[in-house]
Design a protein around this ligand. Structure first.
Ligand code: NDP
Length: 310
């Protein structure tokens, strides 16, 4: 069982995203080695970053390191802040044509003078490992999940849910997703629907959000508001997936110090929920693991091999 129990009967089971992500990476490594020995194909990922944003640089470095750990070919294109859109599109076109690259990821946000949407839509759908291209969005929302690239955070959240609930069919379960963004809320809702849950998407204009959340057997928080979801919003025994990552002041750790919290008031909600993801250590580690899984899937498809299921 890949979910750790915190050992107190009245507290929720903690869904250990770090452990589950590590297991997933082990599977990716194994399957990548098998693909290489059977077809000669080494999965390849290209990460493109424009500008000097320090947080983005950290993300890009960790993606490159993880790809190398998985035995992938990994290339990073670091372009200056003033790169023109045509030059960026030319690089994307070259990567689309490069047979050794199976996944292309453009680190967002892009500088203001570049139209993000145009860049994302220029990535070949079969290399769009972020799952943001309209073709992949369309496949996901029409239920053709097997053919789609699913965005990494939603895909990783679903892995955690399946582990926590011990099943992949959520028939008869009510799911409430708080947040309707294109990169998190909407794709998670599509995946839950594809798993037969009855899904409600809530947002900033939803009335009686606490009451709605209390109907949820599966509660997904993707809001970006620190500890917004309280214990009395939670149905006893519910499974909570907290996607939120919020940096808040932590004076108890010293002057100017910060700490990470989710969108869920963890301590109090853990007393009501059946299972819950912590922040950090829940959904976060799954995102990068799913990026590796998507790249492997792209390489398998390119080699005409059935990709593994994650
Ligand atoms: P967005 O800002 O794009 O979307 C936030 C959503 O929350 C919107 O739909 C908004 O509603 C809704 N919302 C805002 N305030 C309220 C409120 N008071 N009540 C109900 N709904 C509200 O954020 P993202 O989807 O990009 O990210 C959400 C969170 O997930 C963030 O904390 C982000 O850092 C985190 N995240 C974590 C990742 C990971 O790897 N774990 C990856 C990606 C994101 P409306 O549409 O009406 O404005």
């Amino acid at each position: 069982m890949a979910v750790s129990d915190i050992g107190e009967a009245d507290l929720a089971m903690v869904i250990d995203g770090r452990k589950i992500a590590d297991e997933l990476i082990e599977t990716v490594k194994l399957e990548a080695a098998k693909l290489k020995s059977s077809t000669g194909t080494t999965p390849g990922i290209a990460v493109v970053i424009v500008g000097e944003d320090p947080a983005s640089q950290v993300y890009v470095r960790s993606k490159g390191n993880k790809a190398e750990e998985c035995g992938f070919k990994s290339v990073t294109h670091t372009l200056p802040e003033n790169t023109s859109q045509p030059d960026l599109l030319k690089l994307i076109a070259d990567l689309n044509a490069d047979n050794s690259i199976h996944g292309i990821l453009v680190q967002l946000p892009l500088p203001d003078h570049i139209a993000e949407g145009e860049v994302i839509q220029a990535i070949a759908p079969e290399k769009d490992v972020d799952g943001f291209h309209f073709v992949n969005v369309g496949r996901l929302t029409t239920g053709e999940v097997e053919q789609a690239f699913v965005p990494c955070t939603p895909a990783g959240s679903m892995v955690l849910l399946r582990k926590a609930l011990g099943k992949s069919d959520f028939s008869g379960m009510n799911a409430v997703v708080v947040g309707r963004s294109n990169i998190v809320g909407k794709p998670i809702a599509s995946l839950l629907l594809a798993s037969n849950a009855t899904v409600t998407i809530a947002h900033s204009r939803t009335s009686d959000l606490p009451g709605l959340c209390r109907t949820a057997d599966i509660l997904v928080a993707a809001v970006g508001r620190p500890e917004m979801i309280k214990a009395d919003w939670v149905k006893p025994g519910a499974c909570i997936i907290d996607v939120g990552i919020n940096r808040i002041d932590a004076p108890e750790r010293g002057e100017g110090k910060k700490r990470l919290v989710g969108d869920v008031a963890y301590e109090e909600c853990a007393k009501v929920a059946g299972s819950i993801t912590p922040v950090p250590g829940g959904v976060g580690p799954m995102t990068i693991a799913m990026l590796m899984a998507n790249t492997l899937t792209g390489a398998c498809r390119a080699a005409g091999v059935e990709p593994p299921q994650f």
